[in-house]
Design a protein around this ligand. Structure first.
Ligand code: ACO
Length: 427
């Protein structure tokens, strides 16, 4: 801890401790503010509030830096695998090869889901959004795995975490298969985490499926890029749900619900839809003008970020991955050219420069995912698969944090003051 913060309210002077992390802004510890001053703080959207201490992920939004347990995202995306990043986030250190082998085998052995879950899927309409299905089926895991819902037992917490990471791709592939009317495919334990997911999604029982190594690598990298992102809306939702003691499957279902929103995980779907609507580069100025118009609710999707006021480091990797996937699949989607041109024009436009609006991770991911063959409705589901790693790691960290309490924000009440009830005939 460093200096104290001095604060004066209604003639009363109080001091609050200032806490320093290993890197990043200090925080003023205001836990005693209400007791000492009878006042709350007001911070809708938590723009100046640290809700917890965490050792997992560090973001410097001004510099465009993202570190997981100290490792830069660019290095992880280039050199590691999603399983390695999952291990790192859960355990704090990169695994040795034996540890990685054991971890990957453990995850692989949990990839099957209870057979009865297949019947659960059949209750949904065929045109249900896969995120609607995911909210339901992931929450339903609580009803299938009673032996890993006691959050006070560290062993059960680990099993639940492994189950969630392992079963998400299976459930996601099932949601996809259900929407296109094809049979579900069981996992194949001879494949990698990502290869297995691609096969369960795009394979059919009638013929062998060969995993394209370039697509597998690109998909694995996309999972790495989405694995964790500090205290974002869905992670905070998972922590808040978990703070009441709710079981991990229910907490992750809450995170999925939050992720679905277009301002969060739904943005890559919205970004690709926007690129399709723009169509050709000639129409870009019209859309930039709309994004700048105060009277038009339109925003450039895939642009801007609450934390990054610089280029999102994940967008850099994503842009490079687009080219790799296009080369591997021998495709060339003209929307990529539109995206590149839109980025160039926006980055040279005063409005976007002044407001520090840069492409975020979602700007290019839609173009890649679409080239791989995913319908837009699956984009947020893919995000949810990857983010499950961050969610469970953050949830585990929260459960073991001695400062952890049930999350219970207060409010600035602006409604009527106390009044007397009048029976209906007297109103
Ligand atoms: N297009 C046009 N203007 C924008 C955009 C955009 N994409 N994003 C922000 N602005 C403008 C706002 O109109 C606002 O202008 P004002 O100060 O004149 O009122 C200013 O920039 C600040 O925007 P806020 O919404 O206050 O910033 P906030 O931090 O709350 O929002 C957010 C961040 C939600 C990501 C926003 O930039 C946005 O809506 N972007 C588009 C959606 C998107 O891409 N979301 C993905 C986020 S990344 C992720 O979840 C993985």
């Amino acid at each position: 801890m460093s200096d104290a913060a001095k604060f004066s309210l209604s003639g009363k002077d109080v001091e609050f401790p200032v806490m320093s992390g290993s890197v990043g802004p200090d925080v003023v510890d205001i836990r005693k503010l209400y007791a000492q001053t009878d006042a709350f703080t007001y911070d809708p959207g938590f723009t100046s509030t640290a809700s917890c201490q965490s050792k997992l992920t560090y973001i410097d939004g001004d510099e465009g830096v993202l570190l997981h347990r100290g490792y830069p995202i660019g290095e992880l995306a280039e050199q590691s695998s999603f399983m390695e990043v999952a291990y790192l986030l859960l355990n704090g250190e990169l695994p040795g090869s034996a540890e990685l082998g054991t971890f990957s085998r453990t995850i692989t052995r949990h990839t099957m889901v209870h057979e009865q879950l297949a019947t659960f899927f059949r209750g949904f309409r065929r045109d249900a959004h896969p995120m609607a299905i995911m909210c339901g089926v992931v929450g339903a895991l609580s009803a299938f795995y009673h032996d890993s819902t006691d959050i006070r037992d560290p062993e059960q917490r680990i099993i639940a975490s492994h189950r969630l990471i392992a079963k998400m791709p299976t459930l996601a592939a099932m949601a996809y298969k259900y929407s296109v009317g094809q049979p579900f495919l069981y996992p194949d334990n001879s494949l990698s985490y990502t290869g297995n997911f691609l096969r369960m999604t795009f394979g059919v029982p009638a013929e062998p499926y060969e995993v394209n190594p370039a697509v597998e690598k690109a998909m694995d990298r996309i999972f790495i890029l989405h694995a964790d992102h500090e205290q974002n809306a869905s992670t905070s939702t998972v922590r808040l749900a978990g703070s009441s003691g709710a079981n991990p499957f229910a907490c992750i279902a809450a995170g999925i619900a939050c992720l679905w929103g277009p301002a969060h995980g739904g943005a890559n779907e919205a970004a690709l839809n926007m690129l399709r609507e723009i169509g050709t580069p000639e129409r870009i100025p019209e859309f930039i003008a709309r994004a700048k118009d105060k009277n038009d609710p339109f925003r450039l999707m895939g642009f801007g970020h609450r934390v990054y006021k610089n280029y999102d480091p994940r967008a850099t990797v994503m842009q490079k991955t687009v080219r790799e996937v296009f080369d591997a699949l021998k495709v060339n989607d003209p929307l990529f050219e539109t995206a590149l041109r839109l980025e160039e024009l926006a980055l040279n436009d005063d409005y976007f420069v002044e407001k520090k609006l840069f492409p975020n991770v979602d700007f290019y991911s839609g173009v890649i995912l679409s080239a791989i063959g995913f319908p837009t409705s699956m984009f947020t589901v893919l995000f949810a698969i990857a983010r499950t790693v961050g969610w469970v790691a953050q949830w585990n960290e929260m459960i073991t944090d001695p400062d952890q309490k049930i999350g219970r924000p207060r409010q600035l009440y602006t409604g009527p003051t106390q009044r007397t009830y009048l029976p209906v005939e007297q109103r």
